[in-house]
Design a protein around this ligand. Structure first.
Ligand SMILES: Nc1ncnc2c1ncn2[C@@H]1O[C@H](COP(=O)(O)OP(=O)(O)O)[C@@H](O)[C@H]1O
Ligand SMILES: C[C@@](O)(CCOP(=O)(O)OP(=O)(O)O)CC(=O)O
Length: 486
């Protein structure tokens, strides 16, 4: 077996981060504009180990999500010469997982095209099938019930006291309360990338140092995520899961058109479309990172919004009132790009040894001052014109109270907006010195949200991931992972 990982029987562990679109909601659906997406320290992990099944014909893949009740799915794989690769859900499964099933079917088909169906069959058979475990960091799912049962306030310090990969007691995957970090994109990306590594399509180090292989992981994950969602969205969430924080310009949806037919995925060859050398993939990924000595703080607000319906209404307004909409989008885009440039400029200053001390002192001073909020103003204007609650009044009041705190750089409703989440960026002057500290902007926000009455606000523990997207992990080095995988 030429896949080194599979040959050594060593578990393959791949993680992918969640996302927050801090600027460019709606605009990012159009390739003319771009969005600023921050990847989160909260990640999805896929662990692939050799299985234990002894079968004459075909192989079994067992997938488990131990954080949930009844979340185990068994698939039979038949991989035979001309017939290609067929992944079938066992009839004994107590639930379906369309995302996982489509990911396995299409990633294995893709691997079969690259390495040959025989090779995939041989890896599967010498591994005795596969045992796959998928877990997401606590932030992907609401921890309200867990905190309540422990009598803990909804604060950052309570969250840090929860065990990693906390089980969602008594909750099935279908009923879980998601927090908007993009669980399905992070899940698909980590699962697809782990399978590609396991079967030797991507060498393990390729996820870190080979741009072409990273684009390959992107194209396959992007396609499968679109297939599972039944539509081609902007794809910023999958892009963040693969590449980490960046300024994202979407691909033209036509690249995937030929592959989107059929519920179970296409019957045509995947490689010509998904190959990184296919020039129809025209997405752009430009460097972005939040500045040093700042911290993003996210909150899940317990009053959801339905993103597809917001999107439908905004796009209809853009069509009906195109002149005004385009003028507004151009103005908003200019502000979004200025935000990205300004934050990047701060990063450059910090990188410059000669400027660093000035930068640090300035952050210390700014952490006692207030902020400016032009992007929010324009987003609200768009909401009013389109008749859509992009930043509803309750969220406006929460954000106004938050950005009024000393040391807050800015904030907003992420992505499509609505009622379900907010983000703020604060100066974090003491993040360099461990073990400090006098209360700073992050603590002020934490206290404000914890005592907030009008909305039920629950912070997330995530900060920005500097880990550059999808990465290979060592099982024993991820806190709590070995225990949860069993
Ligand atoms: N821990 C998990 N294990 C397995 N599948 C998961 C897990 N978390 C999410 N999923 C899959 O992702 C789907 C959720 O997708 P979606 O509703 O698009 O969520 P999101 O908006 O968070 O991306 C679930 O139905 C399930 O198929
Ligand atoms: C409107 C959008 O541009 C951004 C939506 O971002 P969200 O972060 O709100 O999305 P969900 O994860 O689906 O809740 C639509 C898109 O780009 O696909």
């Amino acid at each position: 077996m030429s896949s080194a990982a599979a040959a050594q029987n060593k578990p393959i562990v791949v993680s992918s981060p969640g996302k927050v679109l801090i600027a460019g909601g709606y605009l990012v659906l159009d390739p003319t504009y771009s969005g600023v997406v921050v990847s989160t320290s909260s990640r999805f992990y896929t662990v692939i180990r050799a299985g234990t099944s002894r079968e004459e014909k075909g192989s079994t893949i067992r997938v488990r999500s131990p954080q949930f009740e009844g979340a185990e799915w068994v698939y039979r794989v038949e991989a035979e010469g001309e017939g290609g690769i067929e992944v079938r859900a066992s009839e004994d499964n107590s639930s379906k997982n369309k995302f996982v099933h489509l990911a396995l079917q299409n990633t294995l088909s893709f691997a079969g095209e690259v390495r040959g169906v025989k090779e995939i069959a041989s890896v599967l058979s010498s591994s005795k099938g596969l045992d796959i475990t998928i877990v997401g960091d606590n932030d992907f799912y609401s921890q309200r019930a867990q905190l309540e049962s422990l009598n803990l306030p909804r604060s950052l310090s309570s969250l840090s006291s929860l065990p990693p990969f906390s089980p969602q007691k008594g909750v099935s995957l279908a009923n879980v309360h998601k927090t908007g970090l993009g669980s399905s994109a992070a899940l698909i990306t980590s699962l697809v990338s782990a399978v590609l590594v396991y079967f030797g399509v991507i060498p393990p180090e390729g996820l870190h140092n080979d741009e072409e292989k990273r684009h390959l992981a992107h194209n396959v994950s992007q396609f499968i995520h679109c297939l599972a969602q039944g539509k081609v969205g902007s794809g910023f969430d999958v892009s963040a899961a693969v590449f980490g924080s960046h300024v994202y310009t979407r691909f033209r949806p036509s690249v995937l058109e030929g592959l989107m037919d059929g519920d179970e995925g296409p019957r045509t060859a995947l490689l010509p479309v998904l190959s990184p050398s296919n020039e129809s993939w025209d997405h752009q990924v430009r460097h972005f990172a939040l500045p040093p000595l700042t911290r993003i703080i996210l909150a899940d607000v317990d009053a959801g919004s339905d993103t597809p319906s917001l999107v439908g209404r905004v796009l209809k307004w853009r069509k009906d009132d195109s002149e005004r909409a385009n003028a507004l989008w151009n103005a908003l885009d200019a502000l979004n790009q200025t935000l990205a440039r300004t934050l990047l400029r701060l990063e450059e200053l910090y990188e410059d040894e000669a400027e660093r001390e000035v930068y640090v002192r300035t952050v210390e001073e700014l952490s006692e001052l207030g902020s400016d909020q032009k992007i929010r103003e324009k987003m609200r204007e768009m909401g009013t014109l389109a008749g859509v609650p992009i930043e509803p009044p309750e969220q406006t009041r929460l954000l106004d109270a938050s950005v009024k705190q000393a040391g807050v750089i800015g904030g907003g409703v992420p992505g499509a907006g609505g009622y379900d989440a907010v983000w703020v960026l604060v100066f974090d002057p003491h993040s360099r010195d461990q073990g400090q500290k006098k209360p700073g902007p992050a603590e002020r926000i934490d206290a404000l949200w914890c005592n907030y009455k009008e909305l039920d606000v629950s912070p997330l523990s995530a900060t920005e991931s500097k880990g550059k997207g999808t990465r290979l992990e060592e099982l024993v080095e991820v806190r709590g992972l070995r225990e949860v995988v069993g």
